[in-house]
Design a protein around this ligand. Structure first.
Ligand SMILES: [Zn+2]
Length: 365
């Protein structure tokens, strides 16, 4: 094949294989987060030393954290202040259990919508589209600040991130990629910020967590302004993403639920609806399990759904399995991944709760 033919085939393959489907209803984007001052929920107090730039500093820092006794105050359930309110997030990094890796800050500041749009989660497809979503969509307004999720170096600024060369039709639109100063279990971490309105960093620039790098826009393949945010592990490519909801720190006192939903024989169920209802106020969330194309499960959890930003507390989980509503109840602990397994007619299994010593009241000073 001549080089020009080869390039043509390569190019058309790229066009047909992808698009970063980020569709966002305008209704869901009109949400504004109110900053309400309440009594802080002091969940964790640990003295973390500043990150260093030695190889895999996160692992060292986490070892320090695990060596330090964690003072854990069980949160009092606070009044429901509405679905669009969040406490401020925990500081990074946060890993209450050894498998956890909440290393990244939210890339949108508090005061804006800085949580994943529940209708456009990682690993799902939308409408009749068969392309799977490789990130999360944070529904902040056009022009809202976009922040670096962690320390690192800017390795991409501009149009063309998907294809790797400048291209104004790239599905990510105007985008930034950061290679972080830390990794996870020997693998490099990257974050990616797409559909931007403008960028204020340059290639090779060093950034610190929380630095403003650009603003939310509507460039690329999107039907409304929002930030498309990806976490990539190992390689900086479309096929190396992980679910960002397992990497971004939750709001203080709030929890993350990850699940493995299979049939009775252990085969993963794709795009299975899972309903989660708070036993405190009856609020219900829904999440669909992954469609396993171009996305990756966590190496440890092997999950096929994640839902973050759930206030800590008791919940009921419901899965309709061949017409039968299969339910269970569980308590979601704050600041950590809570794991549930569903195995068809065999029902649910839960991982053990935190050990007593971790859940005890802090010592009296
Ligand atoms: Zn998106």
């Amino acid at each position: 094949m001549r080089r020009s033919q080869y390039l043509l085939v390569l190019f058309s393959l790229a066009f047909s294989a992808i698009h970063v489907a980020c569709v966002q209803s305008t209704a869901s984007m009109a949400i504004h987060q109110e900053m309400i001052t309440t009594t802080p929920l002091p969940i964790l107090h640990f003295a973390a030393s500043p990150m260093t730039l030695t190889p895999d500093p996160i692992d060292e820092l986490l070892e320090d954290l695990q060596a330090t006794p964690v003072r854990f105050v069980f949160p009092t359930q606070i009044a429901n202040l509405g679905p669009d309110w969040r406490p401020p997030p925990y500081n990074t990094p946060l890993a209450l259990r050894p498998e956890d890796h909440y290393y990244f800050a939210r890339p949108i500041p508090s005061g804006e919508v800085n949580w994943p749009n529940p209708s456009y989660r990682y690993g799902n497809t939308f409408f009749s589209d068969t392309t799977v979503h490789t990130g999360v969509d944070l529904g902040a307004d056009q022009g809202a600040d976009v922040l670096a999720a962690g320390d690192g170096e800017v390795i991409w600024v501009g149009y063309g991130l998907y294809r790797g060369f400048e291209d104004l039709t790239d599905p990510y639109g105007l985008a930034i990629a950061i290679r972080h100063d830390f990794g996870h279990k020997g693998k490099q971490l990257y974050t990616l910020y797409a559909h931007l309105e403008k960028t204020i960093v340059w290639l090779g620039q060093r950034v610190k967590v929380g630095d403003k790098i650009g603003t939310v826009g509507i460039t690329g393949h999107t039907t409304g302004p929002h930030l498309h945010f990806e976490v990539r592990l190992g390689e900086n490519d479309y096929y190396s993403t992980r679910n960002p909801e397992l990497w971004m720190v939750p709001p203080e006192g709030w929890a993350i639920l990850a699940g493995r939903v299979t049939n009775s024989y252990g085969h993963y169920l794709m795009e299975q609806l899972v309903e989660i209802t708070s036993l405190v106020d009856g609020q219900t969330w829904t999440v669909k399990t992954y469609k396993h194309t171009a996305i990756n499960m966590d190496d440890e959890y092997k999950e096929n759904f994640v839902i973050s930003d759930l206030p800590s507390g008791p919940y009921e989980i419901k899965i309709n399995y061949f017409g039968v509503n299969m339910k269970t109840q569980l308590f979601l602990y704050p600041g950590r991944t809570n794991i549930i397994h569903f195995m068809g007619w065999k029902g649910y299994t839960l991982e053990d709760a935190l050990e007593e010593s971790v859940l005890s009241e802090p010592p009296v000073p």
